[in-house]
Write a protein that binds this ligand. Structure first.
Ligand SMILES: Cc1ncc(COP(=O)(O)O)c(C=O)c1O
Length: 381
């Protein structure tokens, strides 16, 4: 393998705009606090980005946003929560914070998002035993989205609230409607590896202003409207800082440009790996306009050990690559959780055979060609 002169990342912060200007402004105006004009502006700008598809509350993480969505739904200890199995742990940990019971659902082999058939199968199973889930955490994986017409139809039939985990899909849309707005609640993440970052942060999307206000209240320690510190319910310290929001405002201004860059990277990988029955890229699902956050490749007819060895060799060559998310139902943490799949366990197979490819906005064409040649050389030798 050819070793790169510099480290190539899967997805790293891409700072090209007004970040320094806005952060300086925030500091000079002494708004160095977990609230301030940039937090308000970031929320407004996000609202514009999702085309007024809901009310937006900025938080210090996407995980916290899911936690608050579960609160707003009224999830309590012992409640059943369905969740996509094929995801990052941040989707599922909030279920444990609430002492609720996770049930994991398999993925669709084409979209890698939740499998509709498995979801219905799970709902029928739990309906039979009189344990209807309080919510479904439905993940828009790697910038892709499931068919929300179907997901909404199924969840309406069984009266299950949807939390759309769009941590990885800011800027994506399904049938022209922004991802993050399909659920009763939506969430975004602005962790350093996401398409835009606030150095760490998240957002919650609610359907009403009242719910957004309730979320604001909960994430600022649930302080009652009294002339002194009084608290009637348990709250959280989940607010985003004005400094982080200043970065976010600048990053959001360049979101479309980042999507264009990532789309070009994705198309080059598509072109390079097409026409061979050894490789299959994760395609954009029908009806979805993806943000192309991470390009992912399935390598067919190779052992799990070989994909692990490939990732190791790439990393040793200064090329960051990783196995795709290890499904939640395979995690030791969730060894006792129920898992529902339709005919066969799709996401476990994808985990064994698929990797995330370097997709950082600043990767050059020459660098990408080296990545592709390294992969082909390793697999085909
Ligand atoms: C699918 C998914 N859900 C939730 C999260 C959690 O977001 P955060 O890291 O902002 O807490 C992430 C990423 O970090 C994610 O990729």
């Amino acid at each position: 393998m050819i070793k790169m002169d510099r480290k190539l990342y899967l997805s790293c912060p891409h700072v090209t705009g007004n970040e320094i200007k806005y952060v300086t402004e925030a500091i000079e105006s002494n708004w160095v606090a977990p609230l301030g004009p940039y937090v308000n502006k970031f929320e407004e700008d996000l609202r514009t980005e999702i085309k007024d598809g809901g009310y937006v509350v900025a938080l210090n993480s996407g995980t916290g946003a899911i936690d608050i969505a579960l609160d707003l739904i009224g999830v309590q200890s012992g409640d059943i929560i369905f969740c996509s199995s094929f995801t990052f742990i941040g989707s599922a940990n909030p279920i444990l914070y609430k002492k609720a019971v996770p049930v994991f659902i398999d993925a669709d082999p084409e979209t890698w998002c939740i499998c509709e058939k498995s979801l219905e199968k799970a709902l029928i199973k739990y309906e039979k035993i009189g344990k209807r889930p309080k919510a479904l955490i439905c993940v828009d994986l790697f910038g892709n989205s499931p068919n929300y017409n179907k997901i909404q139809e199924i969840c309406t039939k069984y009266d299950v609230k949807i939390i759309e985990d769009s941590a990885e899909a800011l800027g994506s849309s399904f049938n022209g409607k922004a991802c993050g707005t399909f659920g009763d609640y939506g969430i975004f993440s602005f962790n350093g590896n996401k398409i835009i970052t606030t150095s760490g942060g998240g957002a919650l999307v609610t359907k009403t202003k009242e719910l957004a206000q309730r979320a604001q209240f909960l994430i600022t320690q649930a302080r009652d409207n009294a002339p002194y510190y009084e608290h009637s319910v348990m709250g959280y310290n989940y607010r985003m800082s004005n400094i982080c929001a200043a970065i976010g405002v600048a990053q959001l201004e360049t979101l479309r440009n980042k999507i264009e860059l990532k789309k070009a990277i994705h198309e080059r990988y598509q072109e390079a790996f097409k026409g061979s029955d050894r490789y299959k890229m994760l395609n954009v699902s029908a009806g979805t306009d993806s943000n192309y956050w991470l390009s992912c490749l399935t390598i067919k007819n190779v052992s799990f050990e070989k994909t692990v060895a490939l990732v190791k060799a790439l990393n040793e060559s200064n090329i960051e690559a990783r196995q795709v998310w290890k499904p939640m139902h395979l995690q030791p943490l969730f060894k006792d959780a129920d898992y529902i799949c339709d005919q066969e366990d799709v996401c476990s197979k994808l985990f064994e055979s698929s990797i995330c490819l370097p997709s950082a906005c600043d990767m050059t064409l020459e660098e990408q060609i080296t990545v592709i040649n390294n992969i082909k050389g390793f697999i085909e030798s």
